[in-house]
Design a protein around this ligand. Structure first.
Ligand code: GDP
Length: 139
């Protein structure tokens, strides 16, 4: 069933570079509403659990180290067609392949340090939002 919510993280590279405000502005200006948001720092265990689906991939260790290397912002966002529209706004995983005007084209440093996360399905949006937020922490 399609839902109107997605989940995002501003990753350690973008947070450290001071790009969180600019990224949140782009997100709001594209019509997404903030439903839940927090600044936090993942332990390597938490990052490993979040990205468990990629456990067998060659980049898993690097990804876990990177995602636990500094603070992040986690958020649940709401908009019609949220998952697909947000993937369009962030652009391709590899910033070299991301369309002009996308968040990753503007702010990502590499395929690993690529500024933002965006859920790839309604099911994962729900699981990932639940990883960070209780029902009391969402509006
Ligand atoms: P996404 O849905 O666009 O975030 O991409 P994936 O779900 O395929 O991968 C999850 C995250 O793993 C990406 O956002 C990157 O941070 C990282 N990643 C994906 N592919 C690679 C890769 O080939 N090399 C490295 N170093 N990191 C990768």
């Amino acid at each position: 069933m399609a839902t109107n919510r997605t989940f995002t993280m501003i990753k350690p590279d973008a947070f450290e570079a001071g790009n969180s405000g600019a990224i949140l502005k782009m997100i709001e200006q594209t019509g997404f509403k903030l439903i839940a948001m927090k600044i936090t720092k993942l332990t390597s265990e938490m990052a490993g659990a979040f990205y468990e689906v990629h456990k067998e991939r060659g980049f898993y260790k690097e990804l876990v180290e990177f995602m636990s290397s500094g603070p992040i912002i986690a958020a649940i966002l709401e908009k019609d067609n949220a998952v697909a529209d947000f993937r369009k706004l962030i652009g391709a995983t590899d910033p070299a392949k991301a369309d002009v005007g996308t968040i990753r084209k503007l702010f990502a440093k590499s395929i690993s340090a690529n500024a933002v996360h965006g859920s790839d399905s309604d099911e994962n949006a729900q699981i990932e939002g639940g990883f960070f937020f209780s029902h009391l922490e969402r509006v």
